[in-house]
Design a protein around this ligand. Sequence first.
Ligand code: MSP
Length: 547
Amino acid sequence: MLAKKKKFYITTPIYYCNRVPHLGSAYTTIAADIIARYYRLRGEDVFFLTGLDEHGAKMAEAAEKAKKEPKDFCDGMARKFRNTWKALNINNNGFIRTTDAKHKKVVQEVLQRLWDESFIYKGEYKGLYCVGCERYLTKVDLVDGKCPDHQRKPELLKEESYFFKLSKFQPELLEKIKKAEGEFVIEPLERRNEMISFLEKQKLRDVAISRKKVKWGIKLPFDTSHTAYVWVDAFLNYLSGIGWKGDLVALPEFWPPDIQLMAKDILRVHATIWPGLLMALKIPLPKKLFVHGFFTVNGQKMSKSLGNVIDPTYLVKKYGVDPVRYFLFREISFGHDGDVSEERLKERYNSDLANGIGNLLSRTLTMAEKYWEGTVPDIDINKTGVDYFSRKSKEDLRRCLDDIVAENFNLQNRDWSYILRHHSLRCWKLQQEAIEAFDLNEALAFAQTLAHACDAYIEHCEIYSPSKKLGDSKEKINIALYDVLETIRHIAWLLLPFMPDTADKIFEQLGLDPEKEKKKKFEEATKWGGLKPGTKIKKGKPLFPRL
Ligand code: MSP
């Protein structure tokens, strides 16, 4: 019997579609895609959900401005989002829209249940509301009387509203967040501490979950003169998007999420209202919220009014999808804030991609064509490596690897042909640890480390002038070229979650069938010797032509 695959469920926030997707929403979505692709390669059964938040005052306003009916407006925007995700090579399993009939049904079922179980009561909301955030604000949140994020004055609301008894869950919530190995982990650590301190110092207030004035929304089943507050509506996407029907008996098989990604702007609601609703429903909480950094453009927050919103499709058209994916995740440390600019993209493109990985592939294949008739050298893979591993201590190995990168490698050393083999294995292991800790920029660096090692190795073995070396030892020089070609196969694997198209192109140029190669189990792919001696290489166009 086949062993059951481990399930892995990852979500992004659902984005407001009042405007076309920008680089910010693309950032979270690509991150989720990278993580999802990684776990798929690891053999897990992955569900990656993203989607759109389509109700509420802000959406209604945007539709009105566009002189369209809200639903028509959202349909048009949904197409744009889908196209952008396609252009960015996002391989999501689900795309939920809060205007989907199945989602609306779930929201109504849930609200009815909370009402029946007295978690909801009627009251009056008096206070400030920012339509930009779709959030209730207090005076403390304002700067010069305005919402600092949206530069607009909040409305003063005074209206009949239904409230959810969030305050009731404060002690339980705090306890769950504080548990070291809890079911509701918040990462990175500083974000977790921030939430703990918030919950220790402030009393959670019950939250208004309906709006009387806002017509564009899901009607409360027990009072149809109100619509559901957009955030309550939106949170439930994480359940309806994996097929939940709203009944408590059958939770979807992917529940709970292994990881929910977001930026810090929406952590607080995700760490209060969202778990509060789940606790009231007696549904297990997500395993982890991961809060990544917020990025600025040339030092400024990306915003329409500043005119610095970057359209990801513009970058993709100009530089190609993989360089954009590479840039975002190599440039900014995931989990911290950072700045991006087109200038930096160009610099990274030339230094890391054109001169780095792209050049390595093209020069190696040129050598193979010139001196080995375009064929992977015929060596005995099984002959190499074994005695090396048995004789060397870990410290010695590390020293050899550091030497090779520092171009301090001694060809006289009789262990020279095993260096790349060991280095590849080490990079796999370190990349694995980095991705699983969501250290995506560190994870991506290992492909580059390995490419540097290959460059150093080519220089020291002088593979580019094999006639000199052939006299010396034909076997040695054959092994040297083999080592580099096989290491490039490993580099392609390390790039796979981040730059799937590039990895495919590398496999192809090495003479491998990308589809077959990717079907390999992870353990098999990591093994040295995946590139068979005698394979015909297929040198193609440069991966990254210099700008
Ligand atoms: N609709 C709500 C979320 C509901 S989820 C139940 C919302 N939408 S949003 O369109 O404003 O998206 C906010 C999210 O977009 C952030 O949390 C982050 O994931 C992403 N980002 C938007 N701008 C960003 C940057 N400049 N930098 C990094 N992430 C950015 O809030």
